[in-house]
Write a protein that binds this ligand. Structure first.
Ligand code: F6P
Length: 375
């Protein structure tokens, strides 16, 4: 019998998380549903992701107030309209050998009386969820989120749509100043290993050149594409580049060598590098803009609110079915679920043959006649 569930958000924040928390809570505590399935659930929010589960001392009321929050319909009523996560987030990895707090998580799940746990996160957060389920026998389900949209097994991850809208809006703003000054703008967007944000954001915003981590680019080729446009009479241009994109034969560009608990370095700087090299080669006055965390901010789009709702409801369905070790997912237009193992076994990156035109450095121009797209 499931009586009490915990919910937490881990990794980089994004829009749509609060909607998912709200709908986990509303569904779990819904008296009408409870009358049908017989399980009336209590919901506890764990603050700051896995950090909260590691740090909380369930016997100490002060610690409980600091690291947990009892949730009910009234508490979460207005959360879905807000970006970020009201519960807070962290990049704490309890299975990092330096921390080694996997067992502590299990003890605290027990001491908190949790019969199941909903982990809302990306690859890192869900890999912890998978270990807790697979290696330590905990009843965990996952909800996919990441503005990078690179989780395997799902066509949608929370935060992606809002981030795409931010990119589109910001490039629209840059367009007017770029046009007024006849300048070239290089816009760096997030996307550590996957170029979805750059590719679809760039397409939505009408960028002339889009550069993604999945295809190493040549600066000379980018310069030629832009020169051709100037010759055709276009006075300014926008290049959108993923933070993880690489110049052919070179490594990614990092802000620093500092490594987080999951082993990631902080990417950033490829936009600036490219802007400098393009200005040197073409002579066009060039500026670079790093959209950075602005992409994760703001109120959630309608799609992120709806997907947060759909995923939150589905996560409670999984719990009521006692179907643990799974992540809710959106595949081929329907809400479903996949194993946590499948979700984390690889990243869902851009299939270059299918979606990227390596001659134009932009999206494919054919959807149905794929064989023509290369020309
Ligand atoms: O994982 C999502 C992401 O948005 C990446 O695209 C980016 O590299 C990273 O988070 C930055 O995270 P933070 O600065 O919050 O640690």
């Amino acid at each position: 019998m499931v009586r009490k569930i915990g919910v937490l958000t881990g990794g980089g924040d994004c829009a749509g998380l609060n909607s998912a928390i709200k709908w986990v809570t509303k569904t779990a505590t819904d008296p009408i549903l409870a009358a049908h399935h017989g399980d009336s659930l209590e919901v506890i929010g764990i603050r700051e992701g896995w950090k909260g589960l590691v740090e909380v001392d369930p016997g100490d009321p002060e610690s409980m107030a600091k690291w947990t929050a009892p949730l009910d319909e009234l508490v979460v009523r207005t959360w879905d309209r807000q970006g970020g996560t009201v519960l807070g987030s962290s990049r704490t990895n309890p299975f990092n050998p330096k921390i080694n707090k996997g067992e502590k998580c299990v003890d605290n799940i027990k001491a908190l009386g949790l019969d199941a746990l909903v982990a809302i996160g990306g690859e890192d957060t869900l890999s912890v969820a998978f270990h807790l389920y697979h290696d330590l026998g905990q009843k965990v389900v996952g909800i996919p989120k990441t503005i990078d949209r690179d989780l395997n097994g799902t066509d949608y991850t929370l935060g992606y749509d809002t981030a795409l809208n931010v990119i589109t809006e910001e490039v629209d703003r840059l367009r007017t100043t770029a046009g007024s000054h006849n300048r070239l703008f290089v816009v760096e967007v997030m996307g550590r290993h996957a170029g979805w944000l750059a590719l679809e954001g760039g397409q939505a915003a009408g960028a002339h050149v889009i550069l993604i981590p999945e295809y190493e680019f040549e600066v000379e080729k980018v310069a030629q594409l832009l020169e051709k446009r100037r010759q055709a009479g276009v006075r300014y241009d926008i290049v959108v580049i993923s933070e993880g994109a690489k110049i052919r034969g070179q490594a990614e560009v990092y802000i620093s060598d500092k490594i987080d608990s999951f082993g990631h370095k902080v990417l950033g700087g490829i936009g600036e590098t490219l802007a400098k090299q393009l200005e040197e080669r073409t002579g066009f006055e060039t500026r670079h803009v790093v959209l950075s965390h602005i992409q994760r901010g703001g109120n959630p789009s309608a799609r992120d609110r709806l997907m947060g709702r759909n995923f939150g409801i589905a996560a409670v369905d999984l719990i009521l079915e006692h179907d643990f070790g799974r992540m809710v997912a959106y595949r081929d237009g329907i809400i479903t679920s996949v194993s946590l193992k499948q979700a984390i076994e690889r990243l869902r990156t851009v299939d270059v043959d299918k979606y990227y035109d390596v001659h134009r450095y932009n999206g494919q121009r054919s959807s149905l006649l794929n064989h023509l797209a290369k020309f």
